[in-house]
Write a protein that binds this ligand. Structure first.
Ligand code: SF4
Length: 1022
């Protein structure tokens, strides 16, 4: 018997022979959703047939058989098998093609467990592998047999089905159900399930029809279930009754080309809304389209929620994103509008991610990078708040340790001592939580058992982790699973980091399920799960090349040459795997009652480009739409035809519907942005969203928008917010960057400090602190060249050690070797600076070090033609040499001597010196220095050929340039000319590059006709 759809399936159930007056039937189904759908169909079509009809999965049937036969077993071997294998390998077994010590590296246990499960599903045994007589197959058989012996009565599901099958074959009387049995089998049935079916007495097998039907499909079904099932599959399907595009597709999808080319076949008369093919720029656009489509189904077509399905090639990670996007629509109901058939990965929820962060931090030895992620989720002592990510970084940096690692787990305990000595208030507030976490790490390092670690972990989460309300439910679910493991014979002795890893594995594998199929909620699941389920409207996402149909992953333990030697059709081949997915797709399409949309994203979640899958060609060939001129198109269309006759019309229609009927917030935003209409009325009822209300309220500011006035202060315009040289540099290299960084105050997320070298910023600050201490104490004597240079080097080296040791208390460097190397670097660089400044013993009058200007108590403005510009800064060194005031700035980065294309003063390099020259000239009298000022950079780099970038000879030019640059800066601010730079090199090093995506040509075009300060800026940077 062949079963084409759910209706035929229900008919087949009703037609089962009834032996007694009370009808008793058993129907084997893939899962509970199919049982529910069949019950509904039976009630609708043959109401009397439901009474006495029992629905079971094959695994449930197998369990009942074993219970009837009095066989004792326990399930869950799938999870125990990798651990069992790990323990077995510790016994150093002798294998032919693998060395036992190699197999102890991570990943092998899971690989062997997965291959053995495949072999079990193929209804094979170790003897089948031994018959191949190759070293690898024999090793696999040896491992499998050893694991089975060790497992005893602990079985995986395939093993359970196989044992039931053997029992039933030997004694059919153990089949516990009276009456006829119906099983509707898909092409993808496994060999072990097929064997069980063959052993069930009074069984009627219906073959779930699916295309393509080729020789390989028929041969496999014949091998697994016998000739009649295969013959039924090869019979042609009766024509679909409906005459629209959906009917054409259901009849011709995946049919052979000969049938598609037939002159008498039915063809589409053009898009009629029952089948839509879409290609989207990316997954986000595809999700947005799906949300809008759901809204249209519900609000426009009045489709009940449970009659809508969104299907995907695989559940993770898109299904949860789809569910979230749909849940965000304005539903008038309290309950969740989405049913996730595969559940939601626990770690994709806020609670799960939080728990996983804690467990993984422990597994990895509490490294600094993990602590930065973790601290914002921990409770603070005496404070209801939490640390921000930036504050967490600051705390980790201040605690000055890199924590532990897989190689040095004991270093995780360093956090405890550092917390005790912490002075930073945030560090003290989070210290109790960190200390409790370290206590678990200590238990783990000491080899505590799984049960002990789990108890400590649970107590820690309850006391110290900031938890959303759902945390309790998740912890309880995890508790049940981990307690079972802790009591299990295989895992009871697992200790330390392996035990903690086991908790992480449990958490990662855990899925959260809510709701049931059939409740009023949109079905979101995979194509394979939805086979034969009936829906009024179905949308299939993600049909892109490589995503659907997928190919089998190569199995290194059982490669294709070995698979080919196994009994035919037992284990899935690549062709079987592809056919299984196409059959499922065909069955889903035939289950749609009104509307079907199939879409593909052109880019993946990770940004890689994808083409729509070749399946679209099959769909277009089955539809046989007329081309743009209304003529009959070619039998098998190409990509251009597909774009012209399918994707383009769908895009125009969607775009028109988005504008005409904006059902989601994204549609409204597009509509407003394109100037095609006003926003929805509800926006103007919210003070937060309505621009007019915002403008009105900024005057009074009573709290809706916070207390900060809606104006931004611009550096340089007022004494209390002066302009620094670095801000000026941003303004004059890219005014837009100045706007983002210093007016809007956008900040790049700070990163964890480097551990293998002191990062450039921290090293520069260290050298400057050291130089300040040296010259503040010894500047006058050193300038007078008292003592010898050797003496001063020695003094500087002692100071360097003190500064370096102080830095180590708050800067984490990994290992003694790195610390010694960085100490040597500091000694070398400070000696270089001393030698350079000694200048062969020629005396120089020292004035000051780190001389500041423009601070709050003494504001400083430089007059320009646009008004005063308030400036601030610190001059590293101020000396007087031969009647000239010498301004010097120390640089620890790359040297830029005045040569080749860097010979002249330029704003990117010399702005700081120019500003300091102007300021020193202006303040010469109060500072008691000559008005003739020269400036230079000194590079603290032993290997630099030129250690100075000096403007002593052309100091007047630099001061004039400085005044011009300050003038231009204020001009840009006054004109609000925050234009983007046209220099690609500037953008390359800019932290805002990811959000600054305008084309360089467009920027140049915008600057071409500029006047005033913007034109002057263009000249400066061109
Ligand atoms: S990316 Fe380029 S244009 Fe954008 S702010 Fe940075 S420097 Fe300016």
């Amino acid at each position: 018997m062949v079963i084409g759809n759910l209706r035929a399936w229900a008919d087949a159930v009703a037609a089962l022979p009834v032996e007694s007056r009370l009808p008793v039937r058993t129907v084997l189904v893939p899962n509970e959703a199919h049982a529910h759908a069949l019950r509904c169909e039976l009630i609708a079509r043959v109401p009397g047939a439901l009474a006495g009809t029992r629905f079971l999965t094959s695994a449930a049937a197998a369990r009942t058989v074993l219970e009837a036969g009095g066989v004792a077993y326990q399930l869950g071997e799938e999870l125990r098998r990798p651990l069992r294998l790990r323990a077995w390998l510790r016994g150093a077994p002798v294998l032919g093609s693998y060395r036992a010590e190699e197999l102890r590296t991570p990943g092998w246990e899971e690989a062997f467990a997965s291959t053995i499960e495949q072999l079990e599903l193929a209804s094979l045994r170790p003897e089948d592998l031994e018959r191949l007589d190759t070293p690898r197959a024999t090793d696999l058989a040896t491992i499998w047999r050893a694991l089975d012996e060790d497992a005893g009565d602990s079985w995986s599901i395939p093993r359970l089905v196989r044992e039931a099958c053997q029992l039933l074959s030997a004694n059919p009387a153990v089949w516990p159900y009276r009456g006829a049995v119906l099983a509707a089998v898909p092409f993808g049935i496994t060999a072990v399930d097929a064997a069980l079916l063959r052993a069930i007495p009074s069984l009627t097998i219906g073959s779930l029809f699916g295309r393509p039907v080729h020789r390989g499909v028929i041969d496999r079904m014949q091998a697994l279930l016998g000739g009649p099932v295969a013959t039924a599959l090869a019979a042609p399907m009766p024509p679909a009754a409906r005459t629209d595009e959906l009917g054409v597709l259901q009849q011709y999808l995946l049919e052979p080309p000969g049938r598609l080319a037939g002159a008498e076949r039915r063809r589409s008369r053009g898009p009629d809304g029952t089948v839509t093919l879409e290609a989207h720029a990316g997954i986000d656009e595809e999700l947005d389209a799906a949300a809008r489509w759901v809204a249209e189904e519900v609000f426009h077509h009045g489709t009940p929620l449970q009659d809508i399905a969104i299907l995907l090639p695989s559940p993770d990670p898109i299904a949860a994103l789809v569910a979230d996007r749909l849940a965000a629509l304005p539903w008038p109901i309290e309950s969740s509008p989405v049913y996730l058939a595969s559940g939601r990965p626990a770690v994709s929820t806020a609670c799960g991610a939080r728990l996983l962060a804690v467990v993984q931090a422990l597994v990895n030895g509490l490294p600094a990078s993990a602590m930065v992620e973790l601290l914002p989720r921990l409770r603070l002592e005496g404070d209801d708040g939490h640390l921000s990510p930036g504050r967490a970084r600051a705390v980790v940096d201040a605690l000055g340790t890199i924590g532990g690692s897989a190689a040095r787990p004991q270093d995780a305990l360093q956090w405890r001592g550092r917390c005790a000595a912490a002075t930073l208030p945030s560090a003290r507030a989070v210290a109790p939580a960190v200390v409790a976490l370290v206590a678990i790490a200590a238990e783990m390092n000491a080899g505590a058992k799984l049960a002990v670690l789990w108890a400590s972990f649970r107590a820690f989460v309850a006391a110290h982790v900031i938890a959303p309300r759902a945390m309790g439910t998740l912890i309880d679910q995890l508790d049940a699973a981990v307690r079972a493991l802790a009591a299990d014979r295989v895992t009871v002795d697992v200790v330390g980091v392996v035990a903690m890893q086991l908790i992480a594995d449990e958490l990662v594998a855990m899925r959260l399920r809510s709701g049931r199929f059939g409740e009023p909620a949109i079905y979101v699941g995979t194509i394979l799960e939805a086979v034969s389920l009936p829906f009024r409207a179905v949308r299939i996402l993600g049909i892109a090349e490589g995503m659907f149909p997928r190919t089998l992953r190569d199995d290194a333990l059982l490669p294709s040459d070995l698979r080919r030697e196994l009994p035919p059709h037992s284990i899935s081949s690549d062709e079987d795997f592809a056919a299984l997915q196409l059959h499922a797709f065909d069955q889903v399409v035939r289950g749609v009652r009104e509307r079907l949309v199939i879409s593909a994203p052109r880019t993946d979640l990770d940004g890689s480009e994808r083409e729509p899958a070749a399946l679209f060609i099959e769909i277009a060939a089955a539809l046989a739409r007329p081309d743009a001129a209304g003529q009959r198109a070619r039998v098998i269309p190409n990509r251009n035809d597909l774009e012209r006759d399918a994707f383009r019309p769908a895009r125009s229609s969607v775009s028109a519907r988005r504008t005409d009927t904006p059902l989601t917030a994204a549609c409204w935003l597009d509509r407003v942005a394109s100037g095609e209409g006003a926003g929805p009325g509800s926006w103007s009822r919210s003070a937060i969203l309505d621009p007019a209300a915002i403008a009105a309220r900024r005057v009074t500011m009573h709290g809706d928008l916070g207390t900060t006035p809606l104006t931004q202060r611009v550096p340089g315009l007022e004494p209390t917010l002066p302009m620094s040289a670095s801000k000026l540099q941003d303004l004059l290299t890219c005014p837009h960057r100045f706007l983002l960084a210093h007016i809007l105050r956008f900040r790049a997320r700070s990163t964890v400090a480097e551990n293998h070298r002191i990062d450039a910023l921290a090293y520069g600050a260290l050298v400057h602190r050291l130089a300040e201490r040296f010259w503040r104490t010894h500047g006058a004597a050193f300038g007078a060249r008292e003592h010898s240079v050797v003496h001063w080097r020695q003094v500087a080296a002692e100071l360097a050690d003190g500064e370096f040791d102080e830095l180590l208390t708050r800067y984490p460097l990994v290992g003694h070797g790195v610390i010694a190397a960085e100490r040597r670097r500091l000694h070398r660089d400070i000696a270089t600076l001393i030698d350079h400044d000694w200048d062969g013993g020629r005396p120089r009058a020292f004035v000051d070090v780190e001389r500041s200007f423009g601070l709050d108590d003494e504001p400083l403005s430089v007059p320009t033609e646009h008004g005063p510009l308030f400036v601030t800064g610190r001059i590293d060194r101020l000396d007087v040499d031969q009647g000239i005031a010498l301004v010097r700035d120390f640089k620890t980065g790359k040297a830029h001597p005045r040569e080749r294309d860097e010979v002249d003063a330029q704003v990117q390099l010399d702005l700081q010196l120019a500003v300091y020259s102007v300021v020193a000239e202006q303040l010469a009298v109060p500072w008691g220095i000559p008005t003739d000022v020269a400036a230079m950079y000194v590079y603290v780099d032993r290997f630099a050929i030129h250690r100075e970038r000096s403007f002593r000879a052309d100091r007047g030019v630099l001061r004039a340039l400085g005044r011009h640059w300050l003038e231009l800066a204020l001009g840009l601010i006054r004109a609000g000319g925050y234009v983007q730079t046209t220099d690609p090199e500037t953008c390359k090093r800019c932290r805002f590059a990811p959000i600054c995506i305008d084309d360089l040509r467009d920027r140049r075009t915008r600057l071409r006709d500029a006047t005033g300060p913007v034109a002057a800026y263009r000249e400066l940077t061109s």
